[in-house]
Design a protein around this ligand. Structure first.
Ligand code: PMP
Length: 440
């Protein structure tokens, strides 16, 4: 390196420090950032990102840029709509209706109405409110390690992230069964026990006068660390909740839009139709838009009783972004590709796991996969410390991934849906190298 390039590099580094200091001075020091040395990303294209130093990274983590970073079709749709008209939704506009029709066409059964929102949190908040009014109950069942958003009501049922609010008196947290590594007999026993726990939670809500309003769940149990459920669990919970007069919300913020590679919506992995499907993140490829999809009965009942208005939600620009995402997904057949690639990745992860002393199990499906990182040398103990080292090492290798789970030891790999086999090969090869360094 010449002294000129050294000076240029140190100038860029200094600018990074300054930016961090300015961020702390404005957003405060608690606004979360990934990595020991935060990464300043300045541009993206498809599955690739570039930092302020000009280094490129493969994005193995982000699901918001569902159809790729800086997708030109989405950018053009936003731009063109913004140059035409953008208003709130109290005037007729065909773009909004066009989007509503296209999104609802991805649902079966009675799920044929929607409310548009600005985020996943807002969608869950609204679904909870509708359910409370409909059922006349306030009780909520959630997983005991989950996250569904940042409003006050959702903070009171947050179990998988630090919040000051105590668990609401109207909330019961369920331990969701995970059968990975179990025999059939063990799995059946766990299913029975877990459903008995649900009965007990419902009885407790009824005794305390809250009753059961909803069961709120993420079909992939992402925050929990991509659990492997016993067959029949979700259906069993839903049946019990409904028998108690409650409703079911499938939170598809992470599981939706073809992520599982098998169906557009995560709940379709199970034999049930929820009363609400909530969504956000990938919906506008980064443009903030969310939704609650529900039945005509629930929508109309709520509409009759409340004047619900949301200034920005479902404006023509957001709708144009959402529509472009759906069209791109269809044109490129992204869901089917995610299914095929997911199978390939899963096979390779199993062979990587077999060759490493530090992988407990392979998790996930479609383009959402994880590895349990364990202490090894005979110990199955979760290894959050090693997991952190691995993620930092992967960053040094130009690979962006993260981690989740109760023990913070499940690698979280959930790339944009335009991730292709050649990208998977790069990511998996680097992952194998990074893991191998633990066995040396
Ligand atoms: N539900 C789930 C499952 C989520 O992962 C998140 C965000 N991480 C939310 C809801 C909240 O969405 P938002 O951040 O758009 O409000």
């Amino acid at each position: 390196m010449t002294s000129e390039t050294t000076t240029a590099a140190s100038r860029v580094q200094q600018a990074g420090h300054d930016l961090l200091a300015r961020r702390h001075a404005t957003l405060g020091p608690h606004s979360p950032l990934f990595y020991e040395k935060p990464l300043e990303l300045v541009s993206g294209s498809g599955v690739w990102l570039t930092d302020a130093q000009g280094r490129t990274y493969l994005d193995g983590y982000n699901n918001v840029p569902h159809v790729g970073h800086a997708n030109p079709a989405v950018a053009d749709a936003i731009n063109s709509q913004l140059r035409t008209i953008n208003l709130h939704t109290r005037y007729l506009n065909s773009r909004v209706v066009e989007y509503a029709e296209a999104l609802l066409a991805t649902f079966d059964g009675d799920l044929d109405r929607l409310f548009l929102t600005n985020s996943g949190s807002e969608a869950n908040e609204l679904a909870l409110r509708i359910a409370r009014q409909h059922t006349g109950h306030t009780g909520v069942l959630v997983s005991d390690f989950s996250y569904h958003g940042n409003t006050t009501s959702l903070a009171e049922l947050t179990t998988g992230l630090k919040v000051r609010e105590p668990l609401g008196a109207h909330v019961r947290a369920l331990r969701i069964p995970d059968i990975s590594g179990m025999t059939g007999v063990e799995a059946a026993a766990l299913l029975e026990q877990s459903l008995a726990d649900v009965d007990a939670a419902i009885a407790s809500l009824q005794e305390s006068g809250h009753g059961v309003s909803v069961f709120l769940f993420d079909p992939l149990f992402s925050t929990e660390g991509l659990l492997q459920l016993p067959t029949g669990y979700i259906e069993g919970v839903a049946a019990r909740v409904r028998a108690a007069g409650g409703l079911v919300i499938s939170d598809e913020v992470q599981s939706g839009f073809g992520r599982t590679g098998a169906s557009m919506w995560g709940y379709q992995m199970f034999g049930l139709e929820p009363d609400f499907v909530t969504m956000g993140k990938p919906m506008g490829n980064g443009h903030p838009i969310g939704a609650v999809v529900t039945t005509a009965e629930l929508l109309n009942e709520f509409g009759r009783r409340n004047m619900y208005f949301n200034t920005f939600a479902g404006n023509p620009v957001s709708s144009a972004a959402g529509l472009a995402v759906l069209q791109f997904m269809e044109q490129e057949d992204l869901m089917a590709k995610a299914g095929e690639l997911g199978k390939y990745i899963s096979e390779r992860l199993h062979s990587i796991a077999a060759g490493s002393g530090h992988v407990g199990s392979v998790r996930g499906r479609g383009l959402f996969f994880g590895l349990d990182i364990i202490e090894g040398s005979g110990s199955q103990e979760p290894a959050p410390g090693l997991t952190k080292v691995l993620i930092e090492d992967m960053r040094e290798r130009g690979m962006l991934i993260s981690r989740v789970g109760r023990h913070d030891n499940v690698l979280k790999m959930r790339p944009p849906l335009v991730f292709a086999r050649e990208h998977a090969d790069i990511l998996l090869e680097q992952l194998e190298f990074a893991l191998a360094s633990f066995d040396r």
